[in-house]
Write a protein of this length. Sequence first.
Length: 466
Amino acid sequence: MKRHRILTILALSCLGLLLTACGMGGGGGSDPATATPESATTLTLAEASFEDAGGTAAYLNRTVTTEGIVTVEPGVLANNKLKVFIQDGGAGIMVYHENSGAVNAADFAVGNRVRVTGTVRQADPSSGNNAAVGTPLIDISGGSWSVVSAGNDLPAPRVVTLNELAANGNDYDGTLVNAIEVHKVAGSWPVVGDQSKSVTVSDGTANLTLRFQKNTITAEMAARLAAIGNGAFHLVAIATQDDTNGDGDLLDGFQLWVRGVDDIIEPANLVRQAAVGDTVTAEGVVTVASGILFDNKFEVFIQDSTGGLMLLNTAGGLSVAEGDLVRCTGTLANTDASGQPLTGTLRIDFTNSGTIEVLSHGNPLPAPQVVTLAQYLAAPENYEGELIRINGASKTAGNWPAVGVKGTITISDDGGATTAKLQVQKGANTVDLTGTANPFDVVGIAVHNGASWEVWIRSPEDINPL
């Protein structure tokens, strides 16, 4: 009888192994319900941070090893504890230690790739409550860590609407995100001395909480927020979740945590108010693609809801398309590469220092503002760098350039009383315009070129004969 039982157990064991080998014996190594201790020890960050359909960390209270790139400096989110985030691709998680004094802060410098071993929690462990109530974290208080490499590029923030975050926040929890054209709709901006502060922001799709930890509320941050007021701005932040109302719902309560003043990106109209020579950062949708204005240097225009700017890199070799959302950091300038003044034509020059990053593609272009030439020339700075539309224009002087040739004509929309130059750049002149008859509607960029306020077209499609 005993022998029979042993044979039966062996047979069942073999059958179980066969089913597993055939994919019929349960989930894979990343499924905590079926993973063996060996497969659960070392995990990708996507596995370690995974949350189930209800928002609970899949590896809650289990010890794991994983690694990622540090995205926020120690001391920004907490003083006496280590609270940083690491990210790998589209997955992120908080790394926590109960005593920041026990941790060499340099180990967790931004850009370091670190490997950490600790217990997955979903609440501040100092509370003594390890229930699932928020963003997953790895508690390394009784664990270990090591620096794998330093100086790594940070993962690019994912462009997301607040509605997407509110609806699918678990997909972004612990990672860098980029929200475009947000504005404060409730609460007051923090001031120096606040312990922490939360406000409500909206991008027109949903409202979400924006949180400032004490150490992010610097004089520079307070000044920037005061200048923005209730106007639009662009935002980079870490997406987090907190069951603030205690209802146990882990599928709401998503927040955005900023890391410092550089996460608050001023809109174009405020960038334009900076001093020439200042280092500035702007985000906007490309309205004139590279290669249209010049073929020997990178010169494009971007625009958001508040204004437009030119971007310049005289080295060339870069490429962006209409509809690309880009972020550019460089020096605010109003001269061209040779130093000739182009007063009012403000651009961000990142030739010698600075960066440009394409955040997304295929975004809709801002609608051109319909103005008369008289309105444009009466307050040209209100339109500089932006798309405008002049209806019922006519050529009053000059000749349309031949295909592939740069040229300038004079136009009027009021019988010659008000005139302006219309410039056709070489890259925009791909169709024969020499037979264009008066009148026509024209779309173009408002540009200050030396002493002249002009309209620069981007393609033959910007000319619409009536």
